[in-house]
Design a protein around this ligand. Structure first.
Ligand code: DHE
Length: 559
């Protein structure tokens, strides 16, 4: 038995398509070098949507039973299309109407051809990652007793932005008051998110490669004081925020292996790993249920942990991690990203490929609602505001449709009782000029709702933002031409205007203009009232900026 098969048997995935060959054509030839190079591209660009085992989630299933032609070279089997090299090349190069972006602006023709052939090979099963493996990666760079007792500088930490420099494997900490880069720190590859400790002192980042950095902002300049790997492929972290547990623990969720890890919040010392393999809400075993978004409750010592492929939402009680208690809430498959409602009692999460939003009541520990929406909702953390007609709402955009969906949310606040009947209903769908939205954002002090369209195939939409006036939602949104406003010359690669983030005061909006790896990217900062540019940060060190996390807003879940 090969090592891969032994491993598969041990972890219960022996029934995977390890012997698909006979019903389909042979996989195209590849040299070892070609396979290794494509494996890297697949991990960096494809695995997030299609899965390491290629079983599909937000993206389609890419197992050989779909990607290889039939043995006689034909591509049709009872009405189903078998892809083969040419068709795969076209899809990778041009994207699809289903929401996949084109890759011909960042991958060469040769890379696309290799990837098309790679996708017809039987998927490799990557190794597991145990407590011993995790311990071996843990590095304490500055022990707690050697860290400063108070800030060693005068920077207003609350208005610092932690900015992902995706392709250089770094984050930039930018002083939001002066708009100067404070420091740039090496991190894991393509940091997905930054989260703040409850105290607001520490920034936690998680790289796509599973590396977590703990950055101390009391130091001048801030430094990484500890690192640890939580797996080989990861997207989420959050801290413990409940009273009495401030900064005590950190949780990190990984895509591969499918599991989450609990660490000490100020040292990152690994404490516990919990696997997430198991049954989907349909009662089927899944070998790769990845950990998607995680948020930390302020009303209980709990994390809300969303398991993508199974559709199970876990409320993990961290008050006794040796005897961990978990409530498993059944929702819908393909859980992805989400955010709190304005009261912070309910967590709303997109089950994106199921075209639903699940709302969890963290007070009762039950599902409050499962709401049907247009195709592929993608809220980021969503946006909360009081609608002039429908009362409190939470908004999500969509990757697969040209609307922003507004969902009514309950509120005990005085004057809000009259909107009770709107709770968990889609009260309005705001029209946007195209699909391909990733993030929507507002701020309690703002009357604007900013909507991006970075995944839209049209350059003029992907390079712009759209701003709704919350006082009059009957008006179409204003188009903000971010790429033009940056003053940078047009480049071959589309520069996607992505991830709008407010400053601490809620009067500025920071937008990443995410260009190709060798192109000059920028952060374009707008005045939220006048919608005029205030500043463009185009330092050559701004390599592929994506997510930006304002300390105050992230610390307090303000959106
Ligand atoms: Fe993200 C949030 C997963 C592609 C930028 N992204 C998240 C979260 C998940 C996730 C699970 C929620 C984390 C949380 O709150 O705990 N993202 C994935 C994917 O699986 C996917 C589709 C493909 C992949 O391979 O990663 C994907 N994401 C992207 C991008 O292409 C983006 C634009 C740039 C990048 O880093 O690759 C991107 N995702 C972000 C950002 C957030 C995010 C900026 C945080 C939003 C926030 O405001 O909190």
């Amino acid at each position: 038995m090969s090592t891969a098969r032994k491993l598969a048997a041990a972890v219960g995935i022996a029934a995977l398509p390890l012997a698909v060959a006979s019903a389909y054509a042979q996989a195209p030839q590849m040299t070892k070098e070609e396979k290794d190079a494509s494996k890297k591209v697949y991990f960096e660009r494809c695995a997030g949507c299609h899965g390491v085992l290629r079983k599909g989630a937000t993206g389609k299933n890419l197992e050989p039973s779909w990607t290889r032609k039939l043995p006689d070279g034909s591509t049709q089997e009872g009405g189903t299309l078998k892809l083969g090299t040419n068709r795969l090349e076209k899809i990778i190069a041009n994207g699809t109407e289903g929401g996949m972006v084109n890759f011909d602006d960042i991958l060469s023709k040769e890379e696309i051809n290799m990837l098309a052939r790679y996708l017809q090979q039987t998927p490799d099963i990557p190794p597991e990652f145990s407590m011993a493996d995790m311990m071996a990666t843990w590095k304490m760079l500055v022990p707690v007793e050697k860290r400063p007792k108070k800030p060693e500088h005068k920077v207003n930490i609350k208005n610092v932005f932690s900015v992902t420099l995706r392709d250089s494997g770094e984050v930039a900490l930018i002083d939001g008051d002066t708009k100067q880069i404070w420091t740039i720190l090496k991190t894991g590859y393509a940091v997905h998110i930054s989260r703040l400790s409850k105290s607001g002192r520490y920034v936690y980042t998680v790289g796509r490669d599973g590396l977590v950095n703990l950055i101390d902002m009391y130091m001048s300049p801030p430094q990484t004081v500890a690192t640890v790997k939580i797996g080989y492929d990861a997207r989420s972290v959050d801290t413990s925020k409940f009273k009495g547990f401030e900064d005590k623990y950190l949780i990190g969720g990984s895509y591969w292996p499918p599991q989450y890890a609990i660490m000490d919040g100020v040292t990152l010392k690994p404490l516990k790993i919990v696997g997430t393999r198991g049954m989907t809400v349909d009662g089927e075993y899944h070998p790769e249920p990845r950990v998607a978004s995680i948020v930390s409750s302020e009303i209980k010592p709990e994390w809300v942990v969303n398991i993508k492929e199974t559709g199970q939402i876990l409320l993990v009680d961290y008050s006794d991690i040796k005897n961990l208690r978990t409530t498993t809430i059944e929702s819908a498959k393909f859980l992805h990203d989400g955010g709190w409602d304005a009261t912070k009692r309910y967590f709303l999460v997109a089950a994106n490929a199921s075209h639903k939003i699940a709302a969890v009541d963290t007070k009762t520990g039950k599902l409050a609602a499962l709401i049907d929406t247009k195709k592929i909702p993608h809220p980021g953390r969503g946006a909360n505001f009081v609608h002039p007609q429908f009362g409190p709402v939470w908004a999500t955009g969509h990757l697969g449709d040209a609307v922003v969906t507004l969902i009514g949310t309950p509120s005990d606040k005085k004057g809000m009782e009259k909107y009770k009947a709107n709770a968990w209903k889609v009260v309005q769908e705001l029209k946007v000029p195209g699909a391909g939205n990733l993030f929507v954002k507002t701020h309690p002090k703002s009357t604007n709702l900013w909507v991006d369209l970075p995944q839209n195939p049209e350059r003029e939409l992907a390079e712009a933002m759209f701003v709704f006036d919350l006082k009059d939602l009957a008006k179409p949104p204003k188009k903000i031409e971010v790429a033009k406003d940056s003053g940078l010359k047009e480049t071959k690669a589309i520069r996607r205007a992505v991830h709008q983030e407010y400053n601490e005061k809620g009067d500025e909006v920071w937008i990443s203009l995410w260009g190709g790896k060798t192109d000059q990217s920028a952060i374009v900062i707008y005045d939220d009232k006048t919608l005029k540019v205030k500043k463009v940060i185009t330092d050559p060190k701004m390599i592929t900026p994506t997510g930006k996390f304002n300390v105050w807003n992230t610390q307090h879940d303000i959106y």
